[in-house]
Design a protein. Structure first.
Length: 718
């Protein structure tokens, strides 16, 4: 197995890295702040004989994570950063201690020369190491590989590991285990690991450090740094952020003024989180930063309030501003209902659980927005009547239902999975594709990524990063084990859907890749390109098998025949070509369209090719003879793609007639047609600039705002 693929079996938490996109809003220390602290860390890092662990502990909001990112970036610039792991409770595996050492080992394999082969050997010998105890993971993935590189004549090299927010580890008992293991990493003779670690001063961490020898750790208490130093740093931070607001909002040059700045600094000490929250509050484009700052500083309650109240009350007060007493009281009650439940939980509500909690309200809004637009007074009347029985919204507002309705229609218990809105892309969705079993949908985007989604739950399963430009096309292998993607960077990539690993990057096109497709046996990927060619690639080696030349313009669509012996391609030269995959010979050139071809597909028996052109014409061709079988021109102005029924009911195979009923789903102008019936009207906001994929009775639509909608149709009612 390829080394990269093998290392992916460690299931590393890639989001835990200090420079992860998840932490995209988190920055480093502003220049001129934390000078003494960062100098102390640098001196510790430059002295190999110093303690194995540098423990920075501080209260919540004192800026530990920002310091960790700064330290990690500094170590990386010095080429001594081995790995980083930022714990985050409630964020899935980011709070799981059992993912710490596999993730560190995965990063070390890239950052420490020669270490990858040792870690690979461990994984080969113990493929289930990622499921073992924390102690065994540490010994096998870190200590053993480090000792494998024991070379007495080589000068000892030290690499730094940054671990942030250890206190956010989900299982408190794991904290002590981790701390007891870390000092052992200095035992290697040729390579040693040292750890920069942050946490709150909470009991499990304090007790864990008490078990260590003093020579193994250097401690610095962040909230005990002299107040003049904290004052200077917060002043610099606020000055920097407020200057950005001043420039962005074109405020007077002397804003906010020395007096206001000093007042903010005094209120903020010692919490950087207060300063950051105030700045985000002032940055909100809905409000005037001048007015908000004056109101904040003139509020007499601020100076006597607790640090938490100082931080968040101004924001809540702003939301209540302008409301009458009744509305203000209702808003406060709603706040208590939502926040109160979370506050009284024994443990903070995980992000995933919170997402599920609010997802019901989002689905209610998505489903009944048209009621709010057309008949707003009917929102809770009609909306509650037809909402699923067990939804949170229905249960919460049941008493608001009209008393005139005494017999309710039967509805399902939950929303079900007939509609999912998949949010995650940061730019337009260009292509979507279903796995053969319909359980997973892939989406590609202008944001250079491919994402996999669970069609039932809407959960994001994988994010594939590697393309250097927009990803125009995506396709699943028949068994769903691989995904192929074609990009504007002129490359094709093949990915492992389970491990999330990049398997191959076939490279040979001289222009963007517009379409990709797998052969039925998964061994070949076909790619169509704006270089006017179709290329066939070996999925195991990435080698180019055939270059199919013959089109005189861009190739927009490719498809394999069910037996894998042929490939069809549709082009901007208004033709469809059928090729022999073994010899590369051109078998047929199908002419008849008067506009460019947007999509091609084979019938299940391989005897018919269907093609769709930009002018909404659907044509069917005999694969063997090239004879035109049918020309369907009765569609509305735009038709995107089409699929044959699984039973193979196609023109010429049974009754030699061609109707729209031969296709499962058709997008036609502002309607989705299912087996010839108009079943779903697309509002104007959902008609243009979308990509689509169809799987049996499911339709996926991808839009420029990065969302993917999945809609399921029940064939039994037609």
């Amino acid at each position: 197995m390829d080394r990269r693929m093998l290392l992916e079996t460690l299931h590393p938490v890639k989001e835990a890295s200090f420079d992860s996109y998840i932490d995209g809003d988190g920055g480093e220390c502003i220049q001129g702040t934390r000078i003494e602290l960062l100098t102390e860390v640098a001196e510790w890092g430059d002295s190999p004989s110093r303690e194995c662990i540098f423990w920075l502990n501080g209260m919540a909001g004192t800026g530990k994570s920002t310091i960790s990112r700064t330290v990690a970036a500094s170590f990386r610039r010095a080429s001594i950063l081995g790995a980083s792991f930022f714990f985050r409770r409630g964020a899935g595996d980011q709070g799981n201690a059992k993912r710490l050492f596999p993730t560190i080992a995965w990063q070390l394999a890239s950052s420490v020369p020669g270490l990858a082969s040792s870690i690979k050997r461990t994984v080969e010998n113990k493929p289930d190491i990622a499921a073992k105890t924390i102690r065994e993971q540490f010994n096998e993935l870190l200590l053993q590989p480090l000792n494998d590189r024991d070379h007495p004549k080589q000068q000892k090299k030290c690499f730094m590991i940054v671990i942030d927010a250890l206190d956010e580890c989900e299982e408190e008992r794991d904290i002590g285990t981790i701390l007891r293991l870390l000092p052992k990493a200095k035992e290697s003779k040729s390579i040693s690991l040292r750890f920069f670690l942050t946490s709150r001063p909470e009991l499990p961490t304090i007790l864990g450090f008490r078990e260590l020898q003093e020579r193994d750790h250097h401690d610095l208490i962040l909230h005990e740094i002299p107040e003049p130093v904290i004052t200077r740093d917060i002043s610099l931070f606020l000055g920097h952020r407020l200057s950005k607001i001043r420039e962005k909002r074109s405020l007077p040059r002397d804003w906010p003024g020395e007096h206001r700045l000093k007042s903010l600094v005094i209120i903020a000490i010692p919490l950087f989180i207060f300063a950051a929250t105030v700045c985000r509050f002032l940055e909100d484009l809905r409000w005037s930063p001048e007015e908000r700052l004056d109101e904040f500083l003139s509020d007499p309650a601020i100076k006597s309030a607790s640090q938490m109240d100082r931080t968040y009350l101004p924001i809540l007060n702003q939301l209540l501003k302008g409301q009458d007493k009744i509305e203000s009281s209702k808003l406060k009650e709603e706040l208590h209902e939502v926040i109160g439940v979370i506050v009284f939980l024994a443990r903070p509500l995980p992000i995933n659980a919170l997402t599920t909690f609010i997802d019901d309200a989002r689905k209610f809004i998505d489903r009944y927005t048209h009621i709010a637009n057309l008949a707003p007074l009917q929102l809770y009347c009609a909306g509650l009547v037809f909402s699923p029985m067990n939804t949170v919204v229905r249960k919460t507002f049941e008493e608001d239902r009209s008393v005139l309705i005494h017999a309710l229609p039967y509805v399902r218990g939950s929303w079900g999975s007939e509609l999912q809105t998949l949010r995650g892309h940061s730019n337009s969705v260009l292509s979507v594709a279903f796995s053969l079993d319909g359980k997973v949908v892939a989406s590609s985007s202008d944001d250079k990524t491919v994402k996999l989604w669970d069609t039932k739950t809407g959960a994001e399963l994988q994010t594939f990063k590697g393309h250097l430009s927009s990803v125009a096309s995506v396709a699943f292998s028949p068994g769903g084990q691989m995904v192929a993607s074609g990009s504007d960077d002129n490359t094709v990539k093949v990915w492992d859907t389970k491990a999330g690993a990049e398997l191959q990057t076939p490279n040979g096109h001289s222009s963007l890749v517009s379409s990709v497709a797998f052969s039925p046996d998964r061994q070949v990927v076909a790619s169509g390109s704006y270089d006017n060619t179709v290329r066939l690639w070996d999925t195991r080696t990435g080698a180019e098998l055939q270059t199919l030349k013959g089109h005189s313009s861009w190739v927009r669509s490719v498809a394999f025949s069910p037996d894998g012996q042929m490939v069809a391609s549709g082009s901007d030269d208004n033709t469809v070509k059928v090729w022999d995959t073994k010899t590369g010979a051109e078998l047929q050139t199908l002419k008849g369209h008067s506009s460019w071809i947007t999509s091609v597909a084979f019938s299940p028996d391989g005897q018919v090719v269907v093609s769709i052109s930009h002018n909404s014409t659907i044509m069917l061709w005999n694969t063997m003879t090239g004879v035109e079988l049918q020309n369907l021109k009765d569609h509305s102005p735009w038709v995107g793609s089409v699929a044959f029924s699984p039973d193979g009911q196609v023109p010429g195979s049974h009754d030699d007639t061609a109707t729209k009923q031969n296709f499962q789903l058709i997008k036609s102008d502002d309607w989705v047609e299912f087996e010839g019936e108009k079943v779903l009207w697309l509002p104007s906001d959902y008609r243009d600039d979308f990509s689509s994929a169809m799987s049996d009775a499911n339709l996926a639509l991808g839009y420029p705002d990065g969302k993917v909608f999945i809609i399921g149709f029940n064939r039994r009612i037609f």
